[in-house]
Design a protein around this ligand. Structure first.
Ligand code: G6P
Length: 475
């Protein structure tokens, strides 16, 4: 097999640790991505000669991938880690990513389908599935080329459910792990998928030595699906693991006290107005995040508890996500519309009840975290939800957390949060009221305990734990 860089540790994911924008005169400007995996990978030494395989996502990435011509690109500030970007045919990529990964697998695991219109598994779906297979094969082949004998390969998420088994066939010598960052669907819901597809997804992941999840709940759901779909369940060669990714306290606390965050705090304070409480939410504009019901709960709070009018502001950041998909664009419009309706109905000359921002700005998110009296995290379902973990770590005065019981974070933060059923708008409105009314002392105490639980497994340790578990496992 051609070109090997002899990596001892490899990571594979759809979205990589760096992306490229095309600047003036065609110059490519790299931008380092965030997230637990990037910090995790930085924690391993250069001797691992690590390589991260990812898809080229935009024009800049594609240009960088072509220039690299199958070679590796550097990732700034990660101790010399390098990336191989796969320039996958644009149609294949669109069908695999938008078609299967984001419109089918994401919807299944987050239980987002709405009958009677969805789902329909027809000939068009089968064509997209063929693209998903080709996309997974491209990853498996690149990993097979880059890996040293016996190397450890950590394959990420629902985009790459078939890659572990494909890679196993190409390179039986490798240690292969798969990690799901999403929830896993209950067996009865998972079986919406055609039987052969359901079986391929499961056996794809079972091609790994270890299949790992963010919480025990998602790991158990995966095991249930294996029993329901495959009969005998988990083969003896595959172990199931749980690693609950935590917030990166050191990074967040340092980053949240830089000048750009201070500037944004001043601007936000001006928008909020003097002496008012803040209910903060920060999300991708993502159907599973349940932003609209959050706004409806806030509206009901203002109705049922008019004493909060003029005294509270809902700071809602809803950043664009997956805008190629019509259903996401429509959801973005709906979020905007409901926020405007609330402002029109309740707003006064000196008070804007909802401050909605839709342009992604990390420094402003941190500013909102610092100002938060209440954090609202109410997803329909969520693998973990790091916002729930980050706000208590960063908030200046300590915050109360209103948390959906369907977020993975609930398993670790449930005791000190105000827990809600995400569909129950009345219950969420009452939880917001209780959070706002919570005495300052109690709020600070709970917030401290939330922050401690949230940072129990920081990203670097989370990553190393997976790697050690994989390499320690006897085959
Ligand atoms: C979730 C998934 C990630 C994905 C992220 C953003 O957190 O688990 O794999 O990268 O959403 O979605 P996007 O489609 O923009 O990559």
């Amino acid at each position: 097999m051609a070109s090997t860089h002899g990596a001892e540790v490899l990571v594979a994911s759809n979205r990589g640790p760096v992306s490229y924008a095309v600047g003036e005169g065609g110059a490519l400007r790299p931008k380092r991505g965030g997230g637990g995996l990037v910090s995790g990978l930085s924690a391993i030494g250069p001797e691992a000669n690590a390589v991260w395989v990812c898809a080229a996502l935009g024009e800049g990435d594609r240009a960088a991938a072509r220039r690299a011509d199958g070679g590796l690109l550097p990732v700034a500030d990660t101790g010399g880690q390098r990336v191989r970007m796969l320039d996958i045919d644009a149609d294949v990529f669109a069908d695999a990513y938008n078609g299967i990964a984001n419109s089918v697998l994401w919807f299944v695991h987050h239980m987002l389908y709405q009958t009677p219109l969805e789902p329909v598994f027809d000939a068009a779906f089968r064509r997209q599935w063929a693209a998903y297979e080709a996309y997974n094969r491209a990853f498996a082949e690149a990993l097979a080329q880059e890996a040293a004998e016996g190397a450890a390969v950590l394959i990420q998420d629902y985009h790459l459910a078939l890659a572990p088994r494909m890679l196993r066939r190409l390179r039986p010598d490798l240690r292969i792990g798969h990690f799901s960052h999403t929830p896993w669907a209950p067996a009865e819901y998972f079986r919406l998928l055609p039987d052969d597809i359901a079986a391929e997804l499961l056996t794809g992941i079972l091609g790994a030595d270890r299949a790992a999840f963010l919480t025990r709940r998602w790991a158990d759901a995966f095991t249930d699906c294996c029993h329901a779909v495959l009969g005998p369940g988990i083969p003896s060669g595959t172990r199931i693991g749980v690693h609950g990714l935590g917030a990166d306290a050191d990074f967040l606390r340092e980053r949240a006290h830089r000048a750009d965050v201070d500037e944004r705090m001043a601007a936000l304070r001006a928008e909020i107005g003097e002496g008012r409480r803040t209910i903060v939410r920060v999300d991708r504009t993502e159907l599973s995040k349940n932003i609209v019901r959050g706004l409806l709960a806030y509206r009901q709070l203002l109705d049922a508890h008019p004493e909060w009018r003029e005294r509270v502001v809902h700071v809602a950041f809803a950043y664009p996500s997956r805008q190629d998909l019509a259903v996401y664009r429509e959801y973005t419009d709906q979020v905007r519309k409901v926020a405007e309706e609330i402002n029109e109905r309740y707003g006064t000359p000196g008070w804007t009840p909802v401050v909605l921002h839709v342009k992604d700005d990390f420094a402003r998110s941190l500013a909102a975290y610092r100002l938060a009296d209440v954090a609202l995290v109410n997803p329909i379902r969520d693998g973990m939800n790091l916002v729930a973990k980050e706000v208590p770590v960063v908030s200046d005065e300590g915050c109360a957390l209103v948390l959906s019981r369907e977020a993975g974070a609930y398993a670790e933060l449930g005791e000190d949060a105000l827990v809600v059923n995400p569909y129950d708008v009345t219950g969420t409105a009452e939880a917001l009221h209780a959070a706002l009314a919570m005495p300052a002392g109690e709020r600070a105490e709970r917030s401290k305990r939330l922050a401690a639980a949230a940072t129990a497994l920081p990203p670097a340790q989370w990553f190393l734990d997976q790697l050690h578990a994989l390499t320690a496992q006897s085959s």
